[in-house]
Design a protein around this ligand. Sequence first.
Ligand SMILES: [Zn+2]
Length: 314
Amino acid sequence: MSIKEDLKYAIGVDLGGTFVKAALVSDVGDIVFTNKLPIGSQASKDTILNTIEKIIQMAIDEANTSELDIIGIGLGTPGIVQDGVILGGSENLNGWENIDLSTYYNQKFGIPVLVDNDANLMGLGEFFYGAAKGCTDVVFLTIGTGIGGAIIANGELYGGYGNRGTELGHIVVEHNGPECNCGGKGCLELYSSTTALIKDYSERSGKDVKDLDGHYIIKKFNENEENAIKCLQEHTDYLGHGVASFINTFAPQKVVIGGGISDAGQFYIDMISKSAFTYMMPSCGSNTEIVGAKLGNNAGSLGAAALIFKAYNK
Ligand SMILES: [Zn+2]
């Protein structure tokens, strides 16, 4: 029997606001097939459901051709997910609420389907296969348009009662700060998301936000431009305050920083670490390391597959 025949495979589906991606993943974390289909911004609930079904079928066809044994389908989606049901909270997807995705796709494909929030699964991916492999207690943050996060506590994803918590971008860092679309004020993501960084740079430099992105500001930082330095100091200082709070609460072995901007370089992680280690309680963070994510755009699909392996590959 070949090694290949010993491996089990899962399909990891990662639903975003504009694309759905699927990967065929082995239980040691090798991606043997990936695909990506667009989801129009006006797509209806049925269109989204059908697009996911189509991409799963493509991965199954690939597995059948290669005679690979699929043990389940993991699915990551924006929003609040409880027991396989997307309850809501994914504003960019029309009608994406109160759908029992687990049952729906289980009936279509006849294999186990597990569903969780996309940021949770990115964190699970980094925990299983990436920057936090071998740890038991991890805080994961993804820095993008907003800030998403995941907590791994004692080797398990922790989502609070009913899996409704761990909205790590919505801890308060300025109690009378600007209003956040979550209903609160002064949330971390208003200060430390890529959106916030771009807005800050735009205000300081007079450049239009439409002409800016995170990479441009990093480039200017590396050229020692004063505005870019100030913006990144502010951005990482706020982020460090947030990370310090997470360290004080969870005492993680690793804090993993993901999202496009985390590719900026080690200096970015070092700036966050400097701030976090200044503000945390030293006893809480004595075993904590702050590191960049390793899996990039594949974190979500790898984490979705990991959800299946964790449950069914014992
Ligand atoms: Zn908020």
